[in-house]
Design a protein around this ligand. Structure first.
Ligand code: ZN
Length: 362
């Protein structure tokens, strides 16, 4: 019978198609093509009307068996494919808990703080104490006690931020013998140097004194490549019996090498500061050209790094220290200047603009 052969062929083709179906969508296409309303098996069953009475039950039974087997195969493959697809989805969504995590960004100290800390470590290693003082101080501690004459240019409002004191009027200041170019402003100022801390310290402590006062100072400078209105100083003071210029040189030579490197040389040039006598400026040999001369050191082979000198006896006397018995030296270095020289910074403003691309390098 031709119809029996047709059923056999349909069953074989369906079995092959079901086994080869790659996914659920493809399997459904096979289902529609075989057992759907217009499917091959359905159309065979429709043609049964043409069969004889004897043939009909035989073919009908066979057709139902084929349909049953095809549907069972479809169901089995469907379950298989569904399981595979679920497995693939789980694999795609999987999290590998053994992968290393992403480290959160951790901050670090600002370059200037690091330099200040380094300087502190050097001097505390020599037995110095670290002192702090007020940002707002009086003209006495910032200038007068430090031997700066009343008419010294650094006292003018162009070089110092004065704090307005509404409780005092001009007449009171005049009666107090106040410098006339500072009328209307008070005796209070934002410290222009940390030297005032040294005065406070000498008033409270008797020699021997070995101290440094690192800190922020303020001057009415417009910020540019070489100036900042707010910057940081590391100043130091030694007062003891028998202190000489040789002690100053030995200390600052060691400090310079600690900050810039063992191979760096120093030189001392005479200078003037009201606070010290004799006074000097200290240069360190250029780290770029090693003294040969280059554009970084303006072809001198040297870079100016700090000011220093023997403490003026007047300053010792102002603080109640016997200048016949005791001598001392003082020095001051700018932390921003150390940073600029160490890292060849073209512009000091880079230190305060907070650009992380710059700061993260240190
Ligand atoms: Zn040079």
């Amino acid at each position: 019978m031709a119809i029996v052969d047709d059923l056999k062929t349909i069953e074989e083709e369906a079995a092959a198609g079901i086994a080869g179906a790659a996914d659920l969508a493809q399997l459904d296409q096979i289902r529609v093509a075989v057992t759907g309303k217009k499917g091959s098996l359905t159309s065979v069953l429709r043609g049964m009307g043409q069969l004889s009475k004897e043939e009909r039950p035989v073919v009908g039974k066979l057709a139902n068996e084929v349909r049953g087997r095809v549907e069972a195969a479809l169901e089995a493959r469907k379950a298989e494919l569904a399981a595979l697809e679920l497995e693939a989805k789980i694999a795609a969504d999987a999290v590998d808990v053994t992968l290393p995590g992403r480290r959160p960004a951790v901050g670090h100290q600002h370059l200037i703080k690091e330099i200040m800390q380094e300087a502190e470590d050097f001097f505390t290693g020599l037995g110095y104490v670290v002192e702090d003082g007020p940002y707002v101080d009086t003209t006495y501690y910032n200038f007068t006690a430090l031997n700066a004459p009343e008419d010294h240019p650094s006292r003018s409002a162009r070089d110092t931020f004065y704090v307005v004191d509404p409780s005092k009027d001009d007449n009171e200041l005049l009666e107090a013998g106040h410098n006339t170019d500072r009328l209307g402003i008070s005796e209070l100022l934002l410290r222009t140097q940390t030297s005032g801390v040294q005065v406070h310290h000498m008033e409270a402590h008797k020699p021997p004194i070995y101290m440094i006062c690192p800190g922020t100072v303020f001057r009415p400078d417009t910020a540019d490549a070489n100036h900042l209105p707010q910057f940081n100083q590391i100043e130091g003071l030694v007062v003891d019996e028998g202190i000489t210029f040789g002690d100053l040189k030995g200390t600052l030579d060691a400090f310079t090498k600690a900050m810039f490197g063992e191979e760096r040389a120093t030189r001392y040039r005479p200078h003037f500061f009201p606070f010290t006598e004799p006074s000097c400026e200290v240069d360190v040999s250029c780290g770029v050209c090693h003294g040969e001369g280059c554009s970084f050191c303006k072809h001198t082979g040297w870079l100016e790094i700090l000011g220093a000198g023997m403490v003026d006896p007047n300053v010792l006397e102002n603080c109640g220290i016997d200048s016949e018995r005791y001598t001392g030296f003082a020095f001051g270095i700018g932390a921003e200047r150390v940073a600029a020289l160490r890292y060849d910074l073209p512009d000091l403003r880079m230190l305060v603009t907070g650009d992380m691309r710059f700061l993260e390098q240190f």
